[in-house]
Structure formats: structure tokens, C-alpha cells
Design a protein around this ligand. Structure first.
Ligand code: OXD
Length: 330
């Protein structure tokens, strides 16, 4: 069994190699040469790379694991059958121009990200209900003025996307006392959560949502979903939290809604371009809070266990968990 690891961050790449090799001692786990070249600062001396490993043909490489493979990656591994994505979102992979049509793509399911995502969203909700954005602005003017916190039950939360992560966030916020609704692509019955779908459901969902949380994957259907029309359908004074993908939101429409005073604020963890360019208006907007894509970082050890378990299934000819439906986009 040959496994090649690719990752733009050399330390992460090395971490993945070591974690997979420990879990799968009989496998040959190696770094892709691109990851290795970028990671000259890391100590790779004991980790074989595809370039250094001699006597093994490209065709023997069976599966790959990692994040954002370089442009020529798939051309260099023609024998690849499966790519295990080191994240929950596979949009970047599905847009890779070299992705072979028959390659199985597998995403991480939770793998320790759920509780972190729930922490982030709960924190964001408490930031909103506690009026912290207002206090930040008051501090700039050395102004001492207390405000009543917003009662949690008055902050109806609407979550777009109730997949593995979305559902964990929903349950956590419910436990914390917030009223939670969901919007999903197809009809879903989830105990204790009102779930809306379809065009009519969308507008109803938005009109009842005071804090909109985006947790849906980026697909052709969800790209630009949060545009001027969607924002206008939210009640006056609503908030947006985006922990999904930047491309779900039309940046200019979001800024216009904030400037018009319709939307109260936005807490953004993901952006169309990352890192967010220094000139982007979000950086300096008084009602935008930015975090640098940190809401649910990949937990390498837990994720590698999930990948190793899937490799076991692959070997035994069993169905893989987290297999992406490439037509659907997630
Ligand atoms: C992911 C991410 O998709 O970190 O897991 O964005």
C-alpha cells in the first residue's frame, strides 16, 4: 500500500505522514515532492518522498491524503484511486483542473472539528447577545455605558446546512438556550429542529432569522447564495456568521447591507480570497469581526485515524465513509 501526502503547509504535511505511518505500519507513506520542496525548514530526513523513493513505479501509488494538491499532482500519480481530503470541504479539490474523473474523493466527517465549530459559533452568539461589538466601539471613545444583554431566546438562529458539523452546532446552541432553525437543500426531519427547504422555505427561514450561520458546502447552488435579496429578507438588525466558504456571500452586497444599517454586524471566518487581501473593505469595517479561517482547524491525529479506518475499508472492499458525490459537490 502506497500513500502519498500533499499539503501546502510543510509541517502539516509531515504531521500527516507521521500519523498515517504510525497507524498503518505496513504501508509506505511518503511526502509528495512539492510538499517536500516547500518544506525545507522541516526535518524530513527520515520521511521518504516520492522523488527520493527508488524502485517503486508511479502506478503503485494507490491513494493520497492532503489538502490543496499542486497543479501537476494528479498527472504525477496516474495510479491513484482515492484522494482523502484533509478537511470537511472539498470544493477546492473538485475545482482542481487535473482531477481525474474516476478518482474517489473522500472528505473528513467531523474528525474533531464539530466541537470546535460549535465553540466558535457559541462564542460568536455570546458576543452578539452580550453586546461586545458595541462595547468595543464605546471603548474607542472612552465611553462608559451599560446595555441590557439580548435575551438568548430572542436571538433566533438560522443555520444553513445541517450536515455533520451543522447539526453539532445546532444542538450546542439549543443547549445554550438559543432558538435554532435550519435550512437544508432537500427536506429533512430532525427531532427538535424546524427545518425549512425550497424557494418558499428560504424566504420564510430568512425572515425568521436574527443570526444567520452559514455552514453549507460551496457548490454551484450555494455560490453567491447570500446576496442583496437574501440579506434584505433578514429582519432589520440581523447578524451574519460565515464559517463555511467565502464564496457563499456576495461581499459587495454584505457591505452595502451593513452600511445601510440593515444588517447589524458580521462575524466572518472565511473569505473568497485567503488570506484576506490587505485592501479588502472587510478589514476596516467597524461592524465586521474577522478571524483567519480558524473556526475548525483539522485535527491531524483524529483525522488520520478516520483516513486509516477508511483505508482499511478500501482494502476490505467495503463502502467508504465520507465518500463525496462529485455531481452534488459534497
Ligand atoms: C475544511 C476547512 O473544509 O478547514 O475542513 O475549511
Amino acid at each position: 500500500m502506497n500513500i502519498v501526502v500533499t499539503h501546502p503547509d510543510p509541517q502539516e504535511a509531515l504531521h500527516w505522514v507521521q500519523a498515517l505511518q504510525t497507524l498503518l505500519p505496513a504501508a509506505h507513506v511518503r511526502l509528495d515532492r512539492e510538499s517536500d520542496r516547500e518544506g525545507q525548514a522541516a526535518d524530513h530526513s527520515r520521511v521518504p518522498t516520492a522523488d527520493r523513493t527508488q524502485g517503486e513505479s508511479k502506478a503503485q501509488v494507490f491513494c493520497a491524503a492532503g489538502w490543496k494538491p499542486p497543479a501537476d499532482f494528479f498527472a504525477r500519480y496516474p495510479g491513484l484511486t482515492t484522494f482523502f481530503c484533509a478537511g470537511a470541504g472539498v470544493d477546492h479539490l473538485l475545482q482542481h483542473p487535473g482531477l481525474p474523473p474516476g478518482l474517489a474523493v473522500v472528505r473528513l466527517e467531523d474528525a474533531g472539528m464539530g466541537p470546535l465549530m460549535a465553540d466558535y459559533c457559541e462564542h460568536a452568539l455570546l458576543h452578539i447577545s452580550g453586546g461586545f461589538a458595541r462595547y468595543r466601539q464605546q471603548q474607542e471613545r472612552a465611553r462608559w455605558q451599560a446595555h441590557e444583554p439580548l435575551p438568548r431566546e430572542a436571538l433566533d438562529v438560522g443555520i444553513v446546512g445541517l450536515g455533520v458539523l451543522g447539526l453539532q452546532v445546532a444542538r450546542r446552541l439549543q443547549r445554550a438556550g438559543f432558538r435554532v432553525r435550519g435550512y437544508t437543500r432537500t427536506p429533512r426531519q430532525i427531532e427538535g429542529i424546524e427545518v425549512l427547504h425550497g424557494a418558499q422555505g428560504w424566504l420564510r427561514f430568512l425572515s425568521q432569522t436574527r443570526v444567520l450561520i452559514l455552514l453549507a458546502p460551496r457548490t454551484p447552488e450555494t455560490e453567491n447564495l447570500i446576496d442583496a435579496t437574501a440579506l434584505a429578507a433578514l429582519p432589520q438588525g440581523a447578524w451574519l456568521i460565515n464559517v463555511a466558504r467565502g464564496a457563499l456571500v456576495v461581499d459587495a452586497d454584505l457591505l452595502a447591507s451593513l452600511d445601510a444599517g440593515h444588517l447589524n454586524g458580521a462575524i466572518l471566518d472565511v473569505f473568497r480570497e485567503e488570506p484576506l487581501p490587505a485592501h479588502h473593505a472587510f478589514w476596516h469595517h467597524p461592524r465586521v469581526l474577522i478571524t483567519p479561517h480558524v473556526s475548525a482547524p483539522t485535527q491531524v491525529e483524529i483525522s488520520a485515524r478516520q483516513v486509516a479506518a477508511n483505508i482499511g475499508r478500501l482494502i476490505r472492499g467495503e463502502a467508504l465513509q465520507g465518500l463525496v458525490d462529485r455531481g452534488r459537490g459534497y
